[in-house]
Design a protein around this ligand. Sequence first.
Ligand SMILES: [Zn+2]
Length: 234
Amino acid sequence: MMAIALMAMLLAGTPGWPPLNESTARVPLTVLIDDGFGVGADDLGAARAEADAIFRAAGIAPVWLHCGLVKGKRQDPSDRCTSGAGSDGIIVRLRRSSRLGESYRLALGEAQIDIQAHKGLVATVFADRVAITSDRAGANASGVLGRVIAHEIGHLLIGTNQHSLHGLMRAVWTDFELRRSIGLEWQFSASEARCMRAEIARQSERAGEPGVEQWSECDATRRLSSSPKSWQPR
Ligand SMILES: [Zn+2]
């Protein structure tokens, strides 16, 4: 038992990325995609696959609901689309941005976070900026869209708008990086993955009383996320 406990401590204290382990039980997360932009079904499917792979590597199994309207018809007529994502579900809105000038300086998405409560349920991804940025970088647009979706959901789950120095949650994505698909650049860190899994479990159990400050699996992760820069593709 000592050896196991020691090993667990060492693993917990080691910065790095989660190993891909098929036997790892994955935490389900409902994500409602509200497509007000009109991303094509094939592109959205590819973007979802990209985001899905990123989350699965972090031990999270997203349940995707596509609730966009295309020609006035709902893509997915399931009940969850009309009733919303539920109290613990996340909504990602795909939208056209209101301004595009100097698009290389503009964030590709934003997450609405209650900084006090470290909580957020709604993120917006600017699909037109993603398209322009991908085009400029010579990167696959639906792949980039999937990474942006995963990045913004990461903000919501970790509960901060700050960024890490490395990996998917870093502040700056260069054109060169956008063209590549090197795992570590586009994955959550082990610490971020643990934090997100703990938050999903906590929210679905509705544990904890409002107003009571609790120790959180995310405390260390949030301290590590100290880069205050707004997120920019470059
Ligand atoms: Zn960000």
